[in-house]
Design a protein around this ligand. Structure first.
Ligand SMILES: C[S@@+](CC[C@H](N)C(=O)[O-])C[C@H]1O[C@@H](n2cnc3c(N)ncnc32)[C@H](O)[C@@H]1O
Length: 280
């Protein structure tokens, strides 16, 4: 399903917009559900001292900063992004947090990585493959630059797994389906990651579904729902009255303590075939 998506290259939206998008990523990283996911991702990457790791689609560089202390010594986490502004902001956020060793940021497209074969111990694509036109090409590039035996970790949500406890089922479905099919990239990417990694010949694949539950206003998922409602209104899928009724009902549930929403993210990882496996 293709539609316009500023996350495919924030720089194309303009400098001011790209800077705002970097600030959005920073803010989102602080909400409780995003923090839980980022911690789990870092556990799965399992960075070790001296390793060279690559994150494609690094955005404001949050994951690189989280991983940097684990590769201490001669190690480095390289954050790559198609947007020059994102990389500039990522360097700035790193400096501001005092993370000056163990990270580097490069501007390039994940489809054409500017690195030689087998030069990383592992690679990560988090909340990125849903924004690229051809994820198979990106995964093949990750396989090329990661050494045999190294790991590739990917994570995306599947927006069609969203549940919201709202009495109006028809309106809820209409609004969520509009968001799913028209906004923010390929919202089925989560369920497709396993296939991309399998097609790229990765071994020992594992899939971890991470269920995020929201009960309050502060979760990133709750904020996504408000944006989904606004998007469906702007796109003409729901009326102003439907928008206001839907959002106000859920805000009432938040106040009463009865709000429930959820979404599934999939973390899929595999290892690059070594010489022995390739010869079989
Ligand atoms: C939603 S952000 C995710 C940022 C970060 N990985 C995180 O989880 O916080 C997606 C990022 O991917 C970048 N991106 C999109 N398409 C890309 C491509 N083809 N090559 C490199 N980066 C890309 C965007 O510029 C954006 O910064």
């Amino acid at each position: 399903m293709s539609h316009s998506n500023a996350w495919g290259n924030p720089s194309k939206a303009g400098v001011a917009e790209a800077l705002q998008m970097a600030a959005f990523l920073e803010e989102r990283s602080r909400v409780p559900d995003a923090a839980v996911l980022n911690r789990r991702l870092c556990e799965m990457v399992a960075a070790k001292p001296g390793e060279h790791l690559l994150e494609v689609g690094t955005g404001s560089g949050i994951l690189c900063r989280l991983l940097a202390s684990s590769v201490w010594g001669a190690g480095v986490v390289v954050g790559l992004d198609i947007s020059l502004e994102m990389c500039t902001q990522a360097r700035g956020y790193s400096r501001a947090e005092g993370v000056s060793h163990g990270v580097a940021f490069h501007t390039a497209a994940a489809e054409f990585l500017p690195y030689r074969d087998n030069c990383f111990d592992g690679a990560l694509a988090a909340r990125t493959l849903l924004h690229v036109a051809d994820p198979d090409t990106v995964v093949r590039e990750l396989v090329r630059v990661v050494r045999p035996g190294g790991r590739i970790v990917t994570m995306d949500w599947d927006f069609e797994t969203v549940t919201v406890d709202h009495p109006d089922r028809e309106l809820t479905r209409r609004l969520l389906h509009w968001r799913n099919d028209r906004r923010g990239g390929n919202n089925w990417s989560g369920r497709q990651l396993w296939r991309h990694l399998k097609d790229a010949g990765l071994l020992n694949l594992t899939v971890e579904p991470c269920v995020i539950i929201a009960h309050t206003e502060t979760e990133g998922l709750t904020q996504s729902l408000w944006r989904a409602a606004q998007g469906a209104l702007d796109g003409g899928a729901i009326s102003q009255a439907e928008h206001d009724g839907w959002v106000n009902r859920l805000k009432g549930c938040i106040e009463e303590g009865t709000f429930f929403a959820s979404i599934v993210y999939f973390i899929v990882q595999g290892s690059v075939a070594g010489q022995r496996e390739m010869a079989v």
